[in-house]
Design a protein around this ligand. Structure first.
Ligand code: GTP
Ligand code: SPV
Ligand code: MN
Length: 594
């Protein structure tokens, strides 16, 4: 198979001339193709068969130990003008970037197969979806892209249809694992050309180009031009006992709880009363205003590339059920009978993620950023609305991060502008999802620090622009599941219990509870959070909902300094909002939460 689309055919030929593969394979996305790829990877050792009795269709991939996470310091946004990439991105001039990475691609596929992967991000028939083609020399990437996107013949047909009768564009992504040498590794984005070049890594977001590279960095750039939003958000549907469903989109930084919230299982009392939770997406959300003024969202992905450690029957049974068959595991440990294992599961590891006999002296058995790749359809709470071409209407947008102190369990923004400030001000402790130090507090506006494909100042402005006549915007909230007590333990039980907080948000959206107004936003008033059957001491709740004025004054000051780092592109409306909250904090305190 080749393509009817001359532009695609030409690009594939150009890449082949440079990389000189032994052969070219156009991926059709069929089962037969997947089976053949798996067989081949079992032979080369790229995949290891897991216990087929307990885990049918499951395989383990061990990546190079120097290639286990995204590499932000090697990730570049290459716009014509440096200013357009912003201080939030590493920048290189497009000509220099092309020259640098093209030199690496020279002959890089010699002796290998070059795979051409047409894919669609979002339902094939959705006007919100966008297509791309990834060229790669990694069969592991092909197998993962097949699960994570709508890949193959149908996507190619859409690309050809769009290309033939308009100036329909597809995103061009070129990837080679190269030598897997960290010294010869770059992830380059050319948003103005709608193209990506990635060399030297075979891992997750560095290599599955449909995910962070396309669906966030390139898409955020496209979205700004076209009037929509591409966000690092889960999408979840909360159905109340009356059968009404509210859809919530939530932005948490990497490894801060998106997959878990998207697959939440209600506490027992809620289940008995008829509450249900529906999963639409766990990582990426594309939203645009519909004719009725509401924001409609799709999940551009078709699968989950989820964090394995911590996934257990008590934290996330839906994920555990999803990954009991037909799953690719990356960098997990093994038990004596060849089952996948990670910290948080029962049982005992005997082989660590690098294939060595397990020895606690070498650190955790599973890599902290070990992952599973699984089709979303295998999730017991997968919503049929996830395939809806129009998307789902969003009632609430939630921001949140790992904040051991200060940030209360939940706050509601007083309006859209205040909500944009809350998102812009987000901070979180870093995690193992990217290389570098873990547990360091950094600002991560809208959880997009590693993923916004343009200047954050312009991005904040784009967010503000949705507040216009006729818009029926979602309410905006900020949550913190990670507040710690003096003993260093989490104060809030989290996971399924988070539904209690979502219920309060929905009550606010529906105007059913009054809340308690404070200078930093609206918090649950006494008795509004339903805590039945939860043994949460009164003092703990008080601590979770406390507003420490002195601490917040310092926080607002730090937020102000952070915003100034975006210089003249910082919308003045956002600066004014920061000043408004800062001044509100200086007024004498109103009556405290009784
Ligand atoms: P990416 O896929 O990297 O974008 O991560 P994610 O945001 O989907 O994070 P995920 O849901 O995989 O959670 C990451 C880690 O946070 C896991 O170790 C979870 O156990 C932990 N976690 C998730 N939700 C909660 C919560 O409500 N409370 C606490 N304490 N930990 C949580
Ligand atoms: C993240 O780091 O936010 C992930 C994993 O979802 S990766 O696909 O590697 O970006
Ligand atoms: Mn993510």
């Amino acid at each position: 198979m080749t393509s009817k689309l001359a532009a695609l055919e030409r690009w594939v030929n150009e890449v082949a001339a440079k990389t000189r593969p032994a052969q070219i394979h156009w991926c059709d996305g069929s089962d037969a193709e997947y089976r053949a790829l798996v067989q081949q990877m079992l032979q080369t050792g790229d995949l290891i068969e897991l216990n087929q009795q307990t885990h049918p269709g499951c395989y383990l991939h061990r990546s190079n130990p120097s290639d286990v996470a995204r590499v932000e310091h090697l990730t570049f946004v290459c716009t014509e003008h440096e200013q357009d990439a912003g201080p939030n991105n590493h920048w290189m001039a497009p000509a220099d970037a092309h020259a640098k990475i093209d030199a690496l691609f020279e002959g890089s596929m010699e002796g290998r197969t070059m795979y051409v992967i047409p894919y669609c991000m979002g339902p094939i028939d959705s006007p919100l979806s966008r297509c791309g083609v990834e060229i790669t020399d990694s069969p592991y990437v092909v197998a993962n892209m097949r699960t994570m996107t709508r890949m193959g013949a149908e996507a190619l047909a859409r690309i050809e249809r769009e290309g033939l009768h308009s100036d329909g564009v597809f995103v061009k992504g070129l990837h080679s694992i190269g030598e897997l040498d960290p010294e010869r590794r770059f992830i380059m984005h050319f948003p103005e050309e709608l193209s990506i070049k990635s060399y030297g890594s075979g891992y997750g977001g560095n290599a599955l180009l449909g995910k962070k590279c396309h669906a966030l960095r390139i898409a955020s750039f496209q979205a700004r031009r076209e009037g929509w939003l591409a966000e690092h958000m889960l999408i979840v549907g909360i159905e109340n006992p009356q059968g009404q469903t509210h859809y919530i989109a939530a932005a948490f930084p990497s490894a801060c709880g998106k997959t878990n919230l998207a697959m939440l299982i209600p506490p027992e009392g809620y289940r008995k009363n008829g509450w249900r939770v529906w999963t639409i997406g766990d990582d990426i959300c594309w939203m645009r205003p519909g004719e009725d003024g509401r924001l409609y969202a799709i999940n551009p992905e078709a699968g989950f590339f989820g964090v394995a450690p911590g996934t257990s029957d008590s934290s996330n049974p839906n994920a555990l059920t999803s990954i009991s068959r037909d799953t690719i595991f990356t960098n997990v440990a093994l038990t004596a009978d060849n089952q996948p294992w990670w910290e948080g599961l029962p049982g005992t590891p005997v082989t660590d993620w690098q294939g060595r006999p397990y020895d606690p002296a070498n650190g955790p058995a599973a890599h902290p950023n070990s992952r599973f790749t699984v089709s979303a359809k295998q999730c017991p709470t997968w919503s049929s609305k996830a395939e809806d071409a129009q998307g789902v209407p969003i009632s609430a947008i939630v921001f949140g991060g790992r904040r051991p102190s200060l940030l209360p369990l939940v706050i509601q923004a007083q309006d859209w502008v205040h909500g944009v400030l809350m998102g812009a001000a987000m901070g979180s402790e870093t995690t193992a999802a990217a290389t570098g130090a873990v547990g360091v507090l950094r600002r991560d506006s809208m959880a997009m620090k590693p993923f916004c494909g343009y200047h954050y100042g312009d991005y904040f402005n784009h967010w503000l622009s949705f507040d216009r006549p006729g818009a029926k915007l979602p309410k905006i909230f900020h949550v913190n599941w990670f507040r710690k007590g003096k003993d260093g333990k989490f104060l809030w039980p989290g996971f399924g219990e988070n539904l209690r907080v979502l219920e309060w948000m929905i009550a606010r959206v529906e105007g059913k509870v009054r809340g308690l107004e404070t200078p930093i936003g609206t918090l649950p008033a006494s008795g509004e959070l339903k805590l039945d059957d939860l043994e949460l001491p009164r003092e703990t709740l008080a601590e979770l909902l406390d507003v420490d004025h002195a601490g917040w004054q310092a926080e607002l000051h730090a937020i102000g300094e952070y915003l100034e780092s975006f210089g003249s592109r910082l919308p003045s409306r956002l600066r004014q909002e920061q000043q408004r909250v800062q001044q509100a904090l200086q007024l004498p305190r109103k009556a405290a939460n009784a």
